[in-house]
Design a protein. Structure first.
Lengths: 559, 287
């Protein structure tokens, strides 16, 4: 977007790059008896980006933290060598680490909201590393903070330095955090999932920013689970699983001709325009792509209709905000209608209105052709079995006291055919669990002790229990690793093929939306800016906003 | 981190996992609370003497094998009096906490669920009441109604209710916004069912531990009132009353003050540490 001006003056040395800056050999990290990083070696070079990719529990974040001495007191770190241009990082005291962090190595964390002190001014937060390293005077540091914010593309930096982190949007906060990480112009920047919490257009800006500092000769170590993000920035890629390096090589080679089956499976599991109508998980390596056997969409029968939905909220400042503005759509029997948009686009509010958990300011929702949002709560209760919901965070949608079995039998009781006895309820709960790939052994499990994918399966089983015609899926896979995401998406399509259920599928992830949806609505600022057949929208976007979204989307082919 | 294969936790395995984690402090506390419960149900199991048997030939004896806590100015066995006093002290502790919780749950749920003007009024009233120290409020009530066991229970109960009510209200406000409440509504459950089956138990969960903590606190307050001569009056063996009557002899017969005092401290500590352990356990289970 706004090209950040290269405001740094001092460091204009050669940007050809490629000379080794950080060399790590045989790095091992353990907590108690569990070794989480099992002897990995890599080299970060000037002007290059090294990406460490892997799923949850692969040890990638721990590796990043090792490089800034932040693994915590309970960890044991050992390495044959961690060498930052002659500086031995294996033997640093907490005191000397403080001199290294910020000056030699900048560290960017995933969530800027928790990484920045909420009670301090943004300007002070950015100037903090300058102050710690005794840079300049108070006034010159303030000036420098403004320059830095400007250099990372933050509009109106003079205003921003006097605001507090919570007053800034997610994208601005993340850029402020980057500004603080590069304040002292460190030669190495370690970025741990720097764009994970961001919208795709903001993500593109942050990636541009990192790419630019790479151009200027910085070395970047990028930790990410997102292979398309990696493709955009990385020169070299390391694939980690369970603390071990599975594959390591030039980005182009790893992402396009992966040697290891796990890397291949990871790449296959990424939903995109190429995966439409196929299953994401293959039974074994080399298996042919499995096509969906699709039930026809009943174009004559809308199961959910939104007619001119508008939602106005009055803010604490007594100013009215229109978060959903004249939204109309029809969801047909057996189809998936995707709603895509960035945060604040009104997609979740639309979902809540569709579920009649919130009354719209204007407009109406019809369920199976009959009035729904205009009913009294009592009349609506009887029809709730026709529409189910799956949330992004299934765990918080379960009563923490209940085991899986009770969660499901409770949902069965609200259906059209409530089970006649405890035994019947149990039998049907087991059948539902089996349908979503779990089983009898999970009946007594506490959701807390299940993995993320298993929890979402339980949520799907619960949504199916009353026998709904429509399921509203609100970011159902956003919190999952890509391989688990692939399994859950496959499950959802299988269930649709089997039961003919319709999905109102909400996601910020364009790849997921394209993979899942028959038709798509693109929302921005509460309005539908574009709608149509999924392929049409993605291949021939008409609206400038949709075009911008698609350009901002990082793609694997960029590697 | 990793997907868990789920071994069915059998009752026995669960029992064993609990036993392994018991710490010595918790074990001692449990024993003391157990003894307290025995004293509450049947003090005769812990002592053979009578708490009111006067023996003027053996007054103010120091602790010995036959009188482990010594005797008082009327020759009564102090250990026996402490055992019998448990019933009074504990019934004040339980009664006052029970009363406080009843008021707190009523006001907390009313405020938290009704919202709007009702909630605002309740919240303000609670804040004002909370500003009064418990003892001051209790003194006021006793001054009006005169000292007795009932007055003391009511006084301490009403005095500590605002604190609990604020917590209950806070819990209700937090839990009613939880996603699982919305999920239950989306399934088509009635509002009353959602409140009864999800909101109430989840809002009360962290309070279970607070109640246990409150019992220890109430015992201390009751003793303090009795010590000031505002609670149960001598010759009742209520612990605070014991302290009050022993006060005159503190220079010559230390055991009359130190031993009942130590019992109050031990009991309050034990109940409190059990409450804390319970709190940790419940919070750990919550998430």
């Amino acid at each position: 977007m706004t090209a950040p001006a290269a405001a740094t003056d001092e460091n204009t040395e050669n940007t050809g790059g490629g000379t080794p800056l950080l060399q790590v050999e045989n790095l091992r990290v353990s907590f108690g008896d569990t070794e989480v990083v099992k002897g990995i070696s890599f080299t970060a070079r000037t002007g290059r980006c090294l990406a460490i990719v892997g799923e949850s529990g692969s040890g990638k974040s721990v590796t990043a933290r090792t490089l800034v001495g932040l693994t915590g007191p309970r960890s044991r770190v050992s390495a044959d060598r961690i060498d930052l241009a002659g500086l031995d990082l294996t033997r640093q005291s907490e005191r000397s680490w403080r001199a290294i962090r910020g000056r030699e190595i900048g560290f960017i964390l995933q969530d800027a909201l928790v990484s920045l002190d909420q009670l301090r001014l943004v300007g002070d937060e950015i100037a903090e590393p300058l102050k710690l390293h005794g840079w300049g005077t108070r006034a010159s540091r303030r000036e420098r903070a403004v320059e830095l914010l400007d250099s990372v593309g933050v509009p109106e930096p003079e205003v921003r330095v006097r605001q507090r982190p919570y007053e800034l949007s997610g994208g601005l906060r993340q850029r402020a955090l980057i500004a603080s990480a590069i304040a002292l112009d460190p030669r190495l920047v370690v970025a741990d999932e720097p764009t994970t919490a961001l919208d795709v257009t903001i993500q593109a800006q942050v990636l541009d920013l990192l790419a630019e500092s790479k151009e200027r000769g910085k070395s970047i170590i990028l930790i990410s689970h997102d292979l398309s993000v990696v493709a955009r920035l990385a020169d070299e890629v390391i694939v980690l699983r369970d603390g071990e390096v599975l594959e390591q090589g030039p980005a182009h080679q790893v992402l396009h001709q992966p040697r290891h089956a796990y890397t291949k499976a990871l790449l296959d599991a990424i939903p995109s325009e190429h995966t439409r109508g196929t299953r994401l998980v293959r039974a074994a390596e080399g298996d042919p792509v499995v096509q969906r056997r699709r039930q026809p969409v009943d174009t004559g029968r809308p199961v959910l209709s939104a007619l001119g939905l508008t939602q106005v909220f009055r803010g604490p400042d007594r100013v009215d905000r229109t978060v959903v503005d004249d939204v109309s759509f029809e969801l047909l029997a057996g189809e998936t209608l995707g709603i895509v948009g960035e945060s604040g686009s009104g997609k979740t509010t639309t979902a809540r209105i569709a579920l009649a958990l919130q009354a719209p300011t204007a407009g109406e929702v019809l369920l199976a052709g009959q009035s729904w949002s205009s009913l009294t709560p009592a009349a609506r209760r009887a029809r709730r079995k026709q529409i189910g919901v799956i949330y992004q965070d299934p765990l918080s949608s379960f009563d923490p006291r209940w085991p899986v079995g009770r969660i499901i039998t409770d949902a069965l009781r609200t259906g059209s055919k409530p089970p006649s006895s405890r035994a019947a309820a149990r039998a049907r709960a087991i059948r539902l669990l089996e349908q979503v790939g779990l089983g009898r052994q999970h009946l007594d499990a506490a959701p807390l002790r299940l993995s993320g994918g298993q929890r979402q399966r339980v949520a799907i089983a619960r949504a199916l229990a009353p026998g709904p015609e429509v399921i509203v899926c609100d970011e159902p896979v956003s919190a999952l690793d890509v391989s688990i995401q692939a399994q859950v998406l496959d499950l959802l399509t299988d269930l649709q093929d089997e039961l003919g259920v319709s999905y109102l599928f909400i996601s910020h992830d364009l790849g997921v939306i394209h993979h899942m949806s028959d038709r798509i609505l693109v929302m921005k600022d509460g309005r539908i800016v574009e709608q149509g057949d999924a392929d049409d929208v993605f291949e021939r976007p008409q609206d400038p906003y949709t075009q911008r979204l698609l350009t901002a989307l990082p793609r694997l082919s960029q590697a | 981190m990793t997907a868990l294969g789920f071994p069915e936790a059998t009752g026995l395995a669960r029992l064993r996992s609990i036993r392994v984690r018991v710490r010595p402090g918790i074990a001692i506390s449990s024993v003391i609370v157990l003894l307290l419960l025995v004293a509450l149900i049947d003090p005769g199991l812990l002592t053979t003497r009578s708490p009111t048997a006067i023996d003027l030939e053996h007054t103010l004896l120091p602790p010995s094998l036959s009188h482990p806590f010594g005797t008082d100015d009327a020759g009564r066995d102090l250990y026996t009096r402490v055992v019998y006093g448990a019933r009074e002290s504990l019934s004040i502790g339980l009664g006052a906490t029970g009363l406080a919780m009843a008021i707190a749950v009523l006001l907390g749920f009313l405020g938290g669920l009704a919202g709007g003007i009702v909630d605002i009024v309740i919240a303000r009233v609670l804040e004002v009441a909370f500003a009064f120290p418990v003892l001051l409020l209790a003194l006021l009530l006793i001054a009006i109604y005169g000292p007795s066991l009932q007055t003391e229970i009511i006084a301490v109960g009403i005095g500590s209710a605002p604190g609990y009510a604020r917590m209950v209200r806070g819990q209700v406000l937090a839990v009613r916004k939880a996603a699982f409440i919305e999920a239950a509504t989306a399934l088509g459950h009635r509002r009353a069912a959602v409140i009864g089956r999800h909101l109430f138990p989840n809002a009360m969960r962290p309070l279970v531990a607070m109640i246990t903590l409150g019992i220890g606190q109430s015992i201390v307050w009751a003793s303090a009132l009795a010590f000031l001569g505002l609670g149960v009056a001598p010759p009742s063996p209520e612990w605070g009353a014991l302290l009050d009557s022993g006060r005159l002899y503190i220079t010559t017969s230390w055991w009359l003050e130190i031993l009942p005092g130590a019992v109050i401290v031990l009991v309050a500590l034990s109940v409190t540490s059990l409450g804390r352990a319970l709190q940790h356990h419940l919070e750990g289970a919550a998430r």
